[in-house]
Design a protein around this ligand. Sequence first.
Ligand code: CA
Ligand code: CA
Length: 318
Amino acid sequence: MARFVQRDELEIMEVNEDHLMRANSVEGRQQAAQKHEGKLYRLVLVSFGLLCVTQAALNISLRLILYNSDAQKLELLKMERDQIKTSNNSLTEAKDQLQTSYNRLTKQRDQLQTSYNRLTKQRDQLQIRCNVLTEERDQLQTSNNILTEERDQLQTSNNILTEERDQLQTSYNILKESLCTQTQTYPHCWIEFNSNWYYVSNERKTWEESRQDCLRRGAHLVIINSKEEQKFLAGLNKRVWIGLTDREEEGTWTWVDGSPPTTAYWGQTQPDNGDNVRQSSVRTEDCAELYNDYSHPLNKWNDLPCDVKISWICEKVV
Ligand code: CA
Ligand code: CA
């Protein structure tokens, strides 16, 4: 289009030159006027053409602008479409996950509902059992209270009876001792074994006091002559003096009738004349007892100081 304008300008300049060269003559002026009209006509045509070209260029530019705008819109639409498609895929995936989660939660809810129903039933059953047990407990508590009261009453009665029994036992022992001392009546005071009679005291005396008591009863401190007699006396299970002593000569044991023992039934390590002798004490052990703490019936003898007070056994031959 620039070339067209330049060429038109050159032509206009040529027209002006011709007009100037021929202006000096009339013909020249007429011919120049005709040429000038033709040039103007051509100039109008060229100008119109330029306008058309300009219009076309403007149209093309607008179309290009519109085209570019549509392309951008299309691109944007494509991008939006892709984004929507991506979002749609994400939403679909999320929907599937939610569906799976919903199914799992529904299943868990059903399981929990079943468990809840079962537990509710068990709770109700336990409640019923608890009520029954509570009632039984209350009944037992009532019975226990009654029994406790009865037990306390019985305990009181038992204590009273025990005290009365002890008093009666004491009275009985006193009466029995008095009777045995005064009358020597058999068998209330004496025990028979192998045609011999044995008196077991309830009192406690020294060995010599015991020996004198037996003499008053027409008897003597027991003399053990056989294994059977030893077992019989061991079966009484009582700590008592027997009629054996070495007080005349240390280490020489004799019965109260002066005879030596034919068979001895000493406990292990006995006779030891007492630990006090080894500790340079004057309190020797010269009288023999049946010691009930020694368990074996044939190992029951022990020597101990004669002034110790324990029970005793008298023996007499019928
Ligand atoms: Ca001795
Ligand atoms: Ca001893």
